[in-house]
Design a protein around this ligand. Structure first.
Ligand SMILES: Nc1ncnc2c1ncn2[C@@H]1O[C@H](COP(=O)(O)OP(=O)(O)OP(=O)(O)O)[C@@H](O)[C@H]1O
Ligand SMILES: CC(C)(CO)[C@@H](O)C(=O)NCCC(=O)O
Ligand SMILES: [Mn+2]
Length: 891
């Protein structure tokens, strides 16, 4: 920092920071008792590095609208930083690593030994889990950027080699400055090359949908066929515009360019409107009426259309043309109108040039990047319209969610040794940071911020009576016939404050996630059964989630002892989640294509964001105990039956016990009406075949009870379990026991992180151990599977003993949501799946909301009780509490 402090021109900025740091420190003194509890340390989302908040500072005044938060001493274990220093903006992409936490999980040791799950087939420089962050600064404020890099120590990589990759003109222009201030050498990468490799990376890796079209205010995600991506035209609208024909990885040519670009809009706009910021200019345009400055066809034709050549009266004939006939000064025009006219003129022009270039080269796909677009609906619609209009529908404009970060991403990819180039799509999980983004603040650094910071921001805005909803982009413009636009119908005057915090999440990299190997066709696999594209559906689920919120907050707060701190975090969580819901209600595609699974996952992530790691812990424990107490009786009853009757009773039992689901409103109401065991009994009594979906006979036959009685047993079954308590103890465990008895190995697959009252992989061994006390089959299997610790020590001495019984194992699924996306499972699960020939998915989240239509390469059984009337109607044309027993032989 010393070299920075010496710079006299910067002392003012530093004084401000210090002053505000003082403010914050004073504030912090009163809030010291609110240190966040130490969190869960399982991998994936739970393993956040702790943030160093010392000296956290808000730049500028507290009352200011867009204060900037700086966390000067935060230093993640940074691996890499890459920069794109353009004419207008500096873009940073940096990677922060997760610590490789040694989780004291004995269960894991045993499965790892058993299946030899190692990093063996990976590169010798294993990437640990981590996150990719996206940050930007104005190029004129390069000192802020240097300060940011320094404060986070982003320039200190793994091996002290102080070289950072940079692209854009600034990599040349500012190389000396970087050397002088940070002591780093800039390794220059070609700008066009970086743009292309960034775009190719995004299009191939496509997180939660990267590319989309934008027509008349409507965003639609585009599925990119990786085998049919090229050629495409990449139009990067930065200060100036580059048009690049891309034919493959590293194969491209800059075919055209135009100097009328983002810099032109911002430059002219600044001159003509006296706006102080780009956002202000863009925001003005939303209230503009271009017809006061633009000369329309109607102005020339006396109010008439020029229909012979297809031009309506409202079509713009000449941008700014009206000004010539009027004797007015600049002050006589509304800045709003000027901004809109300029924006339209430049967007349309770029659209038209892009079309002409594509036409000349015979290209149909055109992708737009660069920060001029800024996720702005009007800009995108104008470009789309121009292309569609001139190509007569033959070509289409597509936009990228990481629009402005293509070059920086490309520079980042150019590091040879981080191994990110062979990242697979399923290893990147996108997360949307909560809290601070809603405040309108520009966040430099991981928007995540500190927990206390986040909460007090929320509270501050509530105190000031400011509605906290994530701002939405303005509505679409109404198109008027051929080639023309009317003024956009603005929805409000708030522009999304910082799109990079909302529309682009932090990418969490979890190299241990893999595609579930038993999926019949991973390419066509779609986890979400219900696509929330239907607005009625969306509204219904939003209502369900909103209504459930107060109860969830109560549970979460209670799970943390009901302290004041927990209450405060609970309120902030509720606000943040509501804000997300509001945002998604306005724009369902804001974070990529939206399915119910994403929505439910967002809720769990949001809870974790506010340090609630297991909201249902008390309930789970209570239900486990109550169920374990009656398990011996149930097992006795089962043992008295014939094998055939027992199989039916077991499946009935799974379905009946699936009634315990704290995510279902109807069920929660039900729980007030009796004890767990009473409800379980009632539910069992009601089990009557045929179920609404009933493939039991086919399953039974497969299990060897049919007329043909083939003597068949599965080698290994994967049981994806759902809830704690009766569901797992009285439903799934007895079924597992039956399979074990038949000589089928059983792997219980459970969540890595808590979600609702779902049982986790960490909790299962203890439950199995308790159950094993009453059951020899379970005990021996658990011993053989290394689940009972004493037994494991024995088997290590005497390895031969391992084979003495069919093993029962537990593996984590790699996820922390009530649903499961089988493209992203733990490597542990992927490894055990290789020898499995039966998959049993249980519960609404995993068997219905997701995977109801999933096809497997082995036999699959989907078991669930439908605890939601609407889902019952929609999915199985039935009613709440109907049951699904769907059996599909290997496909
Ligand atoms: N906060 C902002 N400040 C300034 N310009 C912005 C801002 N947000 C969006 N823009 C727009 O984005 C443009 C810059 O986009 P981008 O960062 O892609 O280009 P650049 O790399 O700076 O320029 P070039 O590639 O031509 O050197 C600006 O000219 C302006 O039109
Ligand atoms: C000069 C660059 C490449 C710098 O990023 C960009 O601003 C640009 O493509 N300008 C357009 C220049 C032209 O081709 O007319
Ligand atoms: Mn650029």
């Amino acid at each position: 920092m010393d070299s920075l402090k010496e710079d006299q021109s910067d002392t003012q900025a530093i004084d401000n920071i210090n002053e505000d740091a003082q403010n914050i420190r004073e504030k912090e003194d009163t809030e010291k008792d609110m240190a966040p509890p130490v969190g869960n340390s399982i991998h994936r989302s739970g393993s956040r590095p702790q943030l160093d908040l010392s000296g956290a500072a808000i730049q500028g005044n507290f009352e200011e609208r867009d204060p900037t938060i700086l966390l000067p001493n935060q230093s993640d274990d940074i691996s890499h930083l890459a920069l794109d220093i353009g004419g207008s903006l500096i873009k940073l992409v940096y990677f922060s690593r997760h610590e490789d936490r040694a989780v004291n999980d004995k269960r894991k040791m045993s499965t790892k030994e058993r299946f030899g799950v190692t990093n063996g087939n990976r590169r010798s420089f294993p990437i640990l889990g981590g996150r990719l962050h996206f940050v930007k600064f104005e190029t004129t404020k390069i000192n802020e950027c240097l300060e940011f890099i320094h404060s986070k120590q982003l320039h200190r990589g793994d091996n002290d080699n102080a070289v950072i990759k940079a692209t854009g003109g600034g990599a040349y222009k500012f190389a000396d400055l970087f050397k002088e201030k940070l002591g780093v050498v800039i390794d220059k990468e070609d700008e066009m090359n970086c743009l292309v490799s960034g775009a190719n990376f995004l299009l191939k890796v496509a997180i939660r949908h990267e590319a989309f079209t934008h027509k008349e205010g409507h965003k639609e995600f585009v599925q990119i066929d990786h085998n049919d991506m090229y050629p495409y035209l990449l139009v990067n609208i930065g200060s100036g515009v580059s048009l690049i024909k891309v034919d493959g990885d590293g194969k491209f040519q800059r075919v055209s360019g135009t100097n009328v670009g983002g810099g032109t809009y911002w430059g002219l706009g600044k001159l003509l409107t006296k706006c102080k910021s780009f956002d202000e200019l863009l925001e003005l345009s939303q209230r503009g009426d271009n017809s006061s400055v633009d000369m329309l066809v109607g102005d020339i034709y006396g109010g008439l259309d020029y229909s012979k050549i297809g031009l309506s009266a409202s079509t713009i004939a000449s941008s700014f043309g009206k000004v010539i006939s009027e004797n007015k000064e600049i002050e006589d025009y509304r800045p709003e109108d000027i901004s809109l006219s300029l924006l339209r003129m430049i967007s349309y022009n770029i659209g038209q040039i892009s079309y002409l270039t594509a036409l000349q080269l015979g290209i149909k796909r055109i992708f737009f990047g660069g920060f001029f677009i800024r996720g702005h609906a009007y800009t995108m619609d104008t470009i789309s319209f121009a292309i569609k209009f001139w190509s007569k529908g033959g070509a289409e404009a597509m936009f990228l969610r990481h629009e402005g970060f293509l070059g920086a991403l490309g520079a980042f990819m150019s590091y040879e040794k981080h191994g990110l180039d062979d990242l697979m799509v399923h290893q990147l999980v996108e997360r949307f940071p909560m809290g601070a983004p809603y405040t309108g603040g520009k966040i430099h650094g991981p928007p995540l911020g500190d927990l206390n910071e986040k909460i007090s921001w929320m509270e501050k805005f509530v105190r000031k009576g400011i509605k906290i909803t994530a701002p939405v982009p303005m509505a679409s413009p109404r198109t008027t016939g051929l080639g023309g636009f009317e003024a956009p119908s603005s929805k409000g005057d708030a522009l999304r404050c910082d799109e990079s915090n909302l529309n682009v999440g932090v990418l969490h990299l979890v190299p241990s996630l893999e595609v579930f190997p038993l999926l019949a066709d991973p390419k066509t696999y779609e986890p979400n059964t219900i696509d929330l594209a239907d607005p009625n559906e969306l509204e219904y689920w939003f209502t369900v989630l909103s209504e459930h919120l107060p109860d969830l907050v109560d549970k979460a707060v209670a799970s943390e002892g009901g302290t004041d701190d927990a209450r405060r975090r609970g309120d902030a969580f509720a606000r943040a989640f509501s804000a997300h819901l509001a945002r998604l209600m306005e724009e369902p595609a804001a974070y990529g294509k939206l399915g119910l699974a994403n929505l439910l996952e967002l809720r769990e992530e949001c809870l974790r964001e506010f340090n609630f790691f297991d909201a249902y812990s008390t309930i789970k424990q209570r239900e486990n105990e109550a169920s374990l107490a009656v398990l011996p009786d149930l097992l006795m009853e089962l043992d008295s039956m014939s094998e055939e009757t027992r199989l039916l009773t077991l499946i009935e039992g799974v379905l009946a016990a699936n009634i315990f689901d704290w995510g279902s409103r109807a069920c929660v109401d039900l729980y007030h009406k009796g004890t767990i065991i009473e409800i379980y009994r009632m539910s069992r009594k009601k089990m009557q075949r045929p179920w609404r979906v009933d493939d039991f006979d086919a399953f039974k036959e497969r299990m060897g009870f049919g007329d043909k009685k083939p003597s068949f047993r599965h080698k290994r079954a994967l049981l994806f379990v759902d809830n704690s308590g009766a569901d797992v103890v009285l439903g799934m465990l007895p079924l597992a026991r039956e399979l074990l008895r038949r000589g089928t190995e059983v792997v219980l697959v459970a969540n890595s992180l808590p979600a609702l009252n779902d049982v986790t992989a960490m909790e299962l061994p203890e439950i199995v151990a308790e159950a094993a006390k009453h059951c020899d089959i379970l005990r021996r299997a658990a011993e053989a599977g290394g689940l009972l610790m004493d037994a494991m020590i024995n088997t290590q001495d005497n390895p031969g003993e391992k084979l003495s019984s069919t093993p029962l194992m537990v593996v984590e699924n790699g996820c922390g949501s009530p649903c499961i996306d089988l493209r992203q499972v733990s490597s542990e699960l992927a490894a055990v799946a290789k020898d499995a020939d039966l998959v049993i998915l249980e519960g609404m989240g995993r068997a219905l909301h997701t995977n109801y239509n999933a096809r497997f390469r082995c036999d699959a059984l989907k078991l669930a009780m439908v605890k939601n009337q609407r889902l019952a109607e929609k999915l199985i044309k039935g009613n709440i509490y109907d049951c699904v027993c769907r059996y599909e032989p290997a496909s």
